[in-house]
Design a protein around this ligand. Structure first.
Ligand code: NDP
Length: 327
């Protein structure tokens, strides 16, 4: 019987429970997958806690990225067949051993991309892709600030920025995380638990400021992040690991004629053309060796609550995956 990890109601990691799940019937255009690896993301904790609204009343299945193999296909499925290795990123439903999913969400995995790497990089890698190409299109020679640089998205973004010739300044909590981020493309690292990151960015940019700030920390780094921008700079707020920004005013942008955006990955990936081209660019970058995907934490699917505690407790670096037990 397939297994699912559900949050029975909004709350802390203790609301996560394992249940057996009847296999749903395959509809038109749908594919049955057996998961090989499932990515853990900060967004899972936002849904679990109730920060993000639930699409169901109870027993929400968390998880927004996974990789696996096609076991069966429904009527009218054109692009996939049993045995194909695939991955996807869509909101919720991934903490399961088996899943029925619409084929339009799937991308085929090249042989050189392992299940773990795919599950660790579909959501985080495509996030890095749209941040650097769409939210603020970085150019060689520019300087950007990227918060939480040693995290899942952070380690991927650092390498991608370096490959593009961008000077990346990162922040992270602690010397070890700073060292790890330095090894993954960041030219300068700031330990924001000890140093004033606004002052350090001013020093590192000779008082000019950064072309863009990518901020997923939220409450604790606002409004400092705005103060790190050069005139006409771009503030990309894409997460809130420390809590939501509460006091943003449009007039805050007048200090430097700044641009601000609050993007969401799934708005980009719901365009099939973007999903296809961006994932192909991501896999090319990984296969070329320019991007190394760090799977630094592995848990059994049944240990999802432990994975959440570690992520929220700032104990992780790089990506975390859950591995379903094979029957
Ligand atoms: P990370 O691996 O980056 O983990 C979050 C990190 O945030 C922590 O390791 C920690 O790093 C830092 N942090 C700072 N303050 C806190 C705090 N109070 N509590 C917990 N962590 C804190 O997670 P992900 O790679 O999964 O995601 C990174 C961010 O990007 C998240 O905010 C996520 O929501 C966002 N995101 C947004 C997307 C979008 O489309 N909008 C898509 C994907 C991710 P340190 O100790 O170094 O400070």
């Amino acid at each position: 019987m397939p297994i699912a990890i559900v949050a029975e109601k909004p709350g802390g990691p203790e609301v996560l429970h394992q249940i057996e799940q009847a296999r749903p019937p395959l509809g038109k255009g749908e594919v049955l997958l057996r998961h090989a690896a499932i990515g853990v993301n900060f967004i899972d904790t936002y849904f679990r806690s109730g920060l993000y609204p639930w699409p169901v009343e109870k027993n929400l299945i968390l998880g927004s990225e996974a990789a696996g193999v096609v076991i069966a296909v429904g009527e009218d499925v054109t692009d996939f067949k049993a045995g194909d290795r695939v991955a996807y990123t869509i909101p919720n439903g991934a903490y399961v051993t088996e899943r029925v999913i619409d084929e339009r969400h799937l991308v085929r995995l090249p042989a050189a991309i392992s299940d773990e790497v795919a599950a660790a990089s579909m959501l985080k890698g495509l996030t890095a892709h749209y941040l650097l190409h769409r939210s603020f299109h970085v150019r060689k020679g520019q300087t950007v600030l990227f918060h939480a640089a040693a995290g899942g998205v952070g380690l991927i973004a650092g390498q991608w920025l370096a490959a593009k010739g961008v000077t990346a300044i990162g922040t992270a909590g602690g010397a070890e995380k700073c060292e790890l981020a330095r090894q993954h493309g960041y030219a300068h690292m700031i330990d924001y638990t000890r140093e004033n990151f606004v002052e350090r960015v001013a020093e590192l940019t000779a008082g000019k400021g950064a072309d863009a700030v990518y901020d997923s920390v939220g409450k604790d780094t606002y409004p400092g992040s705005l103060n790190c921008l050069k005139t006409f700079g771009t503030f990309v707020s894409f997460g809130q690991s420390s809590g939501p920004i509460e006091d943003f005013k449009l007039s805050d942008l007048a200090a430097g004629s700044y641009t601000a955006t609050r993007p969401v990955l799934f708005h980009f990936t719901s365009d099939p053309e973007y999903l296809k081209t961006a994932s192909s660019e991501l896999f090319d970058m990984i296969q070329s060796g320019a991007l190394k995907i760090n799977v630094n934490q592995r848990y059994a699917l049944s240990e999802a609550a432990e994975a959440h505690r570690a992520l929220e407790g700032r104990k992780t670096t790089g990506s975390t995956v859950l591995i379903p037990k094979t029957a």
